[in-house]
Design a binder for this molecule. Structure first.
Ligand code: SF4
Length: 450
């Protein structure tokens, strides 16, 4: 396909399917952990330049007023950079606000161009919140990590955002031996002290090439130890913290955090509680609890706290959501589709997953009590290697390798194979442009995307 047509499709799809408005792939930092450095030759990823501003304007028409508009994040195979480097950043935001007068906007930024003038202009575009990729509250550490020449500006950003009444959250990256959990939490507490509502810790997946380039230690035990420290740290943190990807072993809707002063906080919900019912509905996963909480006003939550079963009456309205923060597990659509496939399984089923999803899929399988045998196998990234584990970066070859190993160790052939849909675009092609149907041919088994 003509590259300019491909770019047009990706920009419009990003807006129409995800409510994400892409602005530019340019960035003023060069983070050691940046996923742009995964740019292997031949990958189907596209770059957007400020000169493509007309395309961005066309995409405005595809944004929905019903969902938050996100700027500065990537939802398709477009590389997203730092939105504030776009010369028409504020002008485009004003156009979004003009078209969607009441829709919340979220700007994700590394903060190094957040001046008083920009903050004041953003304030005028309320409701608008900022997701600040802070990474460190110490300029010299931030400079080292992000090679950011304006690290001081970014470190002052939490105070600036608070002064301008702009709601914000922060993100920090954690990498074993590079950014320890203790240092991540110092940054989070710094931001929390200036009013950050919540924090995300990105446990950076690093390719083999990134490890080699940066001289980092790739041994898997270090990743487990980092998660152990992060989980301990968040119990003591003053604001809710979630991890990307989370290290989850079950679908139980365990509360990761509660916004101070929120309806859930007032009702007595605490981090570590497991939500078992929302109103009259039994809860089957975190995403299920999240979905129901988003649709309820006053609602009774049944929670387990250790051996105790408690009820909390949460009174919320559209302006004040519940305040319950949950890690992300399997999306509700994915879980429901998986349950349906398990019920209808024509015979032994092979479910290929990403590494972080494997334990969760296994839980769903155990709960479904399907009569057909089900084998769950995580696929590993052969292309990127290292600790890259997210589903979106797996390719056909990874699924074929995992599937062939599973087929070789089973006596009865599989009747069907399930694959995660994330690695494939709307035409069913992976990052290298190969169709998921190739998995079907090479395993000689029908394949379905979930
Ligand atoms: S700020 Fe974001 S886009 Fe820019 S280099 Fe860092 S990780 Fe990459």
């Amino acid at each position: 396909m003509d590259p300019s047509e491909r770019l047009r499709q990706l920009v419009l799809r990003s807006a129409s399917a995800h409510n994400v408005l892409p602005l530019t792939s340019a960035c003023n930092a060069r983070c050691t952990f940046c996923s742009h450095s995964l740019d292997y030759p031949g990958l189907d990823v596209q770059r957007l330049y400020p000169r493509d501003v007309e395309l961005v304007r066309q995409a405005l028409a595809f944004l929905s007023p019903e969902r938050k508009v996100i700027i500065g994040e990537s939802a398709t195979r477009l590389i997203e950079g730092e939105p504030l480097t776009h010369p028409q950043f504020l002008e485009i935001l004003r156009q979004v606000r003009q078209r969607l007068p009441e829709t919340p906007i979220q700007v994700t930024t590394n903060g190094s161009l957040l001046t008083k003038h920009v903050a004041a202009q953003l304030r005028r575009l309320a409701p608008l919140s900022v997701s600040l990729s802070l990474n460190s509250h110490e300029p010299h550490v931030r400079r080292q990590l992000m090679r950011d020449a304006q690290a001081e500006v970014a470190v002052r950003a939490p105070r600036l955002l608070a002064e301008h009444g702009l709601p914000f959250e922060v993100s920090v990256v954690a990498v074993p031996g590079v950014v320890a959990a203790a240092s991540a939490f110092q940054t989070i507490e710094y931001a929390g002290g200036h009013g950050a509502r919540r924090a995300k810790v990105y446990v950076a997946g690093c390719s083999a090439a990134m490890f080699a380039r940066n001289g980092w230690d790739a041994s898997p035990g270090r990743w487990d130890a980092l998660y152990d420290d992060l989980e301990l740290g968040r119990l003591e943190c003053s604001i809710p913290v979630t991890f990307q990807p989370p290290r989850l072993q079950s679908l139980a809707a365990e509360v990761a955090g509660v916004f101070p002063g929120s309806p859930a906080d007032v009702a007595g919900v605490r981090p570590g509680d497991v939500i078992t019912r929302v109103g009259s509905k039994g809860i089957k996963s975190r995403s299920h609890a999240h979905y129901l909480l988003g649709r309820s006003e006053s609602v009774a939550l049944e929670v387990l706290r250790g051996p105790q079963r408690l009820t909390a009456l949460v009174t919320q309205d559209t302006d004040e959501p519940s305040g319950v923060v949950l890690d992300e597990d399997l999306s509700l659509i994915r879980l429901t589709a998986l349950e349906a496939r398990l019920r209808q399984a024509p015979g032994p089923l092979l479910v290929l997953t990403s590494l972080p999803a494997a334990a969760l899929v296994q839980c769903a399988v155990a709960r479904a009590r399907t009569k057909a045998g089900v084998t769950v196998v995580p696929a590993r990234s052969g292309l990127f290697g290292g600790t890259i584990a997210c589903a979106g970066l797996l390719i056909v070859e990874d699924f074929v390798a995992a599937g062939q190993t599973a087929c070789a160790s089973t006596a009865e052939p599989f009747a069907a194979v399930l694959l995660p849909a994330e690695p494939f675009d709307e035409a069913g092609l992976d990052l290298l442009g190969r169709s998921y149907l190739e998995v079907c041919e090479r395993l000689e088994t029908p394949v379905t995307l979930l």
